[in-house]
Design a protein around this ligand. Structure first.
Ligand SMILES: *Cc1c(COP(=O)(O)O)cnc(C)c1O
Length: 220
């Protein structure tokens, strides 16, 4: 199947409340262009240099999402155009995104990444850290970021029960923070979870954004 028909197939499969982030990392601009021609507008990338190159080469109505580990000193390179950063994993990074967004006179949407997997190398806040950092005072002091929800990656395993449990944990934390800190603030609505191998499970457990790469673009 072509990239275009995979996009079309996914658009039929995903319910209206679930956004598709087409993860194009390590694939060339031509592949993104094919998906774009099939109507896809949201693309996810995980390396700053690769992303800035593609952003220059591709149409300006693409909504770019940053999904990988982000170093604070690179934020300025993507601040002029980035739509959403899924991978906020420290207060320092949140502060830097806010600062660079202010310089660009923009508001950047962000998600807090939560470490739900068992692997040591996965990034993100623990649930307790997230509750601590996403407090009312912080939220009101960051004028140029909009905190829109949470992101997580499940453990890389065939054990569906474990993956489901991790997604359930993330959704429970999401609801908890939404109903407390964001009670009077309607913007906390996104739960970014699910990739090629586990997006069906993630949708069953409440995902509002799936990040799908290899299914659409092939192996990296
Ligand atoms: C690469 C990546 C994806 C896409 O993974 P696939 O298995 O290729 O769908 C999703 N989320 C993050 C954070 C990634 O780094």
């Amino acid at each position: 199947m072509s990239i275009g028909s995979k996009i079309e197939w996914l658009k039929k499969e995903l319910p209206p409340g679930v956004k598709l982030v087409a993860v194009s990392k390590f694939h060339p601009a031509e592949a993104i262009w094919e998906a774009y021609q099939a109507g896809q507008r949201i693309f996810g990338e995980s390396r700053v240099q690769e992303l800035t190159g593609k952003q220059k080469a591709l149409p300006s109505d693409i909504e770019w999402h940053f999904i990988g580990p982000l170093q604070s000193n690179k934020v300025k390179d993507i601040a002029p155009f980035i739509h959403t950063v899924h991978s906020i994993d420290s207060l320092k990074l949140l502060e830097e995104v806010n600062k660079q967004a202010a310089r660009q006179n923009r508001i950047i949407r962000v998600l807090a990444e939560i470490r739900i997997a068992t692997e040591e190398n996965k990034h993100g806040f623990t649930p307790l850290e997230a509750k601590d950092i996403l407090n009312k005072e912080n939220i009101n002091s960051f004028g140029n970021v909009q905190i829109c929800g949470l992101m997580g990656m499940a453990t890389f395993t065939d054990d569906k029960t474990q993956i489901r449990k991790e997604f359930q944990l993330l959704n429970a934390l999401f609801k908890d923070i939404k109903s407390s800190t964001f009670k009077d603030n309607g913007c906390f609505n996104e739960l970014s979870m699910g990739m090629t191998g586990d997006y069906l499970l993630a949708m069953q457990e409440g995902s509002t954004m799936v990040r799908i790469g290899s299914y659409i673009f092939g192996n990296r």
